[in-house]
Design a protein around this ligand. Sequence first.
Ligand code: NAD
Ligand code: UFG
Length: 336
Amino acid sequence: MGKILVTGGTGFIGSHTCVALINAGYQVVVMDNLCNSKVEAIARIEMITGKHLRFYRTDMRDKNGIRQIFEDNKIDAVIHFAGLKAVGESVEKPLEYYENNISGTLTVLEVMREFQCSILIFSSSATVYGSHNVVPYQEDMSTSATNPYGYTKVMIEQILRDVCLAQPKCSAVALRYFNPIGAHESGLLGENPNGIPNNLVPYVAQVAMGKLDCVRVFGNDYGTPDGTGVRDYIHVMDLAVGHVAALAYAVNHPGFEAINLGTGKGSSVLDVVHAYEKACGKKIPVKFVDRRAGDIATSYADVTKAKELLGWETVYDLEKMCADSWKFTLQNPNGL
Ligand code: NAD
Ligand code: UFG
């Protein structure tokens, strides 16, 4: 077990996972079409690790392009991050989301079958718990979604279950991420969204930089301790190490598993703002506005399964997540 293909490997979570994989001794091949990331991420991974990695600018829907990667490299396993991920955009452009995320995944799976590569780790999301389950979310709860992006995750999990039934040698682990934030502690890699950020922490970072005026807090009348939404924020390097643990598990365990990757702890919007104020040493202005459509009050993980199956748990707290995000933002004011 040595060579890993990382689809979406120049993106936020993929690039950090490349660092964790290389640190664990794997060889990494990255594939990305760069629709939401920069090739500079490759140079940053190489700077952090001191190791060279091979990069293919390829679209995951291009079957011959993916075949070429498998012909050039003996790929032992695939970690599959590539996909479009903006919830609001998926409501506006459902066909683009289904086409990119589902067709792209089917193409990757078809080529894996052709080359008898039987191990896949997939980026799923806590969004598959929908709005009907009660926290803490456990992996055996029923899944659903409230938007096309979420449905791509529900559907791809089902596709992987079915593939594992049909091909008993296959291992597929769907990792259900909670809210990944933070950055590599070197400040060389981090989250780099295009335009005005949708997610809380990148937005707070831009307010701290003086690029945006104030954080709009979407609702302070939820049934939570301070009335603002509660989420399970996880440091992206903890998440990255979770993929290395999932890979080790998958090698010896054929079949499909869904596993939560979170801290098991909820933090409110105001907790995040206060932790960020501490990290950057500035006051961050907030304004309370209406709830955002589609948001739920509270989301956090039951992390028992990850501990039991993967022997993995998080080590970083919210303060460290904000400190690393701030370091990356200061060092890269215009992104990568
Ligand atoms: P990201 O946008 O930074 O990374 C995804 C990468 O996939 C990008 O580099 C993009 O260029 C690439 N990509 C998209 N379509 C492609 C295609 N057709 N061919 C090749 N490359 C393509 O996002 P991220 O935050 O790193 O997320 C990685 C994965 O984790 C995604 O599947 C996302 O849905 C999932 N996820 C993310 C979060 C989160 O909050 N960031 C939460 C849960 C799940
Ligand atoms: N929020 C604000 N103001 C903002 C942005 C967010 O108050 O400007 C609040 C939201 O209402 C929510 C919390 O901050 O209570 C976190 O919001 P994010 O947009 O950062 O994250 P979400 O939990 O809404 O969603 C994220 C990803 C989804 C993924 C989900 C679960 O964007 O793709 O986590 O993994 F599905």
